[in-house]
Design a binder for this molecule. Structure first.
Ligand SMILES: Nc1ncnc2c1ncn2[C@@H]1O[C@H](COP(=O)(O)OP(=O)(O)OP(=O)(O)O)[C@@H](O)[C@H]1O
Ligand SMILES: [Mg+2]
Length: 260
């Protein structure tokens, strides 16, 4: 009787390596390509949304905002001329409604797409986010910079701005923090931003394992967008020890950015 063949493996180093299943390799390659495509799609959607919001905001400002300002000036002049007409109160009421609508339109324009991001750049936009967080959530957000600022491509600006906005919102929503610090590091070849809070912290193991709860999209979208842009996200947090999130990205979006 012949002895049965020894199984292949570490106990039998002389044995031939397990043949690689070409079908499995092909499936893995296709899954990776599909993941890359999904990441690209999500990032392109997010950029398309930002472009569309910018157009809507500029339409609101150029057409509705300007027209309301013109009407307000006209009504104000008419009110002056109609001082003895007995319609003074009516004019005042109309002017007050107009002025509220102008204010509302201006706030809405800024909320849809803050012009500061495109006109004054990322640093100014982060300062704007800090001020907004204070007004909106009562959160004290301080912003610091290190290194000489550099030009940032619009796509990267949008990704970083949205990421910082999400991280500040998370600190307000989940951390029960009263202080948030945003530190921007202008490195020679890439941009790095650290957002830290003094809140309750959380267990990051789920996020690190690549999983997230089904209805939690914030951190997941930051990771996907930055990965598409050739950047990354790193979270340090522990219960009761606050949270510090570091995000980074190159200054321009490159074609190779999406490679594994
Ligand atoms: N700064 C933080 N402090 C404490 N917990 C946090 C912080 N940031 C995130 N978390 C925890 O991580 C989870 C995932 O955050 P994520 O932003 O992905 O989702 P979300 O904020 O719950 O929902 P969404 O962002 O989709 O509105 C949160 O539900 C929260 O439990
Ligand atoms: Mg969130």
């Amino acid at each position: 009787m012949t002895a049965p063949d020894k199984p292949h493996g570490p106990d039998n180093p002389g044995a031939a390596a397990t043949p690689v299943d070409p079908g499995r390799l092909d499936t893995e390659r296709r899954i990776r390509a599909y993941e890359r495509q999904l990441r690209r799609l999500a990032s392109e959607l997010s950029l398309a949304e930002a472009r569309e919001r910018r157009e809507i905001a500029s339409d609101l400002h150029d057409h509705i905002g300007q027209a309301l300002a013109y009407v307000s000036r006209k009504v104000s002049a008419l009110k002056g001329n109609a001082v003895f007409s007995g319609m003074d109160e009516d004019f005042s009421e109309v002017l007050s409604i107009l002025s509220q609508t102008i204010r509302y339109t201006r706030d809405l324009t800024v909320e849809i797409s803050p012009p500061v991001l495109y006109e004054l750049g990322l640093s100014a936009a982060i300062d704007w986010l800090a001020e907004r967080a204070h007004n909106r959530f009562g959160l004290k957000v301080t912003s610091h910079q290190s290194g000489p600022s550099q030009p940032v491509a619009d796509d990267i600006k949008v990704f970083m701005f949205k990421s910082v906005q999400e991280l500040i919102t998370n600190a307000a929503k989940h951390a029960r923090a009263d202080r948030v610090t945003v530190h921007t590091f202008w490195r020679p070849d890439f941009l790095e931003i650290r957002v830290g809070d003094n809140g309750c912290g959380f267990d990051t193991s789920t996020f690190e394992s690549g999983l997230t709860a089904q209805d939690c999209f914030g951190l997941f979208s930051i990771r996907e967008r930055l990965s598409y842009a050739g950047g990354r996200i790193e979270i340090q947090s522990a219960p009761d020890r606050g949270t510090s999130v570091l995000i980074s990205a190159p200054y321009t979006l490159t074609d190779e950015a999406d490679c594994d």
